[in-house]
Design a protein around this ligand. Structure first.
Ligand code: FES
Length: 139
């Protein structure tokens, strides 16, 4: 071992990232996201401590997800309509509305009106040193 393995060495970082990605891959249930292809990017949604109160957090909407805290559960829900990928708008009751063709989704992401037929996917998340990381599909 030499100083090449130091914490701030870019190669060491890459190895560490790889391990994170591998772990994330195993956690993905949807077979559409095969582990063999390039992993989708991880977005740092900031300290988990930002999300302690129940509610809907919209700060990362344009990057592809909403953060939702409900009791013990902290999830990231895709902010793209499952019909044709328009960005969703949040309603006062925390449901979602798509301005493109009018689809609606309940606060848990279930379709309540078409043309969309698929629920909003819950995106893989992990806690890395107290930060919420969210894997956002690129397609
Ligand atoms: S893209 Fe959302 S309803 Fe068509």
């Amino acid at each position: 071992m030499s100083h090449h393995d130091r914490h701030d060495n870019p190669e060491a970082m890459n190895r560490r990232q790889f391990l994170i990605l591998t772990a994330a891959c195993a956690a993905i249930i949807n077979p559409k996201y095969a582990c063999a292809r390039d992993p989708d990017p991880l977005i740092d949604a900031g300290p988990v401590g930002k999300y302690t109160s129940d509610g809907l957090y919209e700060g990362f909407r344009e990057l592809g997800f909403f953060v939702i805290r409900k009791g013990e559960k902290l999830i990231a829900l895709s902010s793209y309509c499952t019909h044709r990928k328009c960005l969703l708008k949040t309603e006062r009751d925390h449901s979602f509305y798509c301005r493109c063709h009018g689809s609606t989704f309940d606060p848990g992401g279930k379709v309540t009106a078409g043309p969309a037929t698929r629920d909003l996917p819950v995106l893989p998340t992990m806690n890395e040193k107290g930060h919420l990381l969210v894997r956002v599909p690129t397609t």
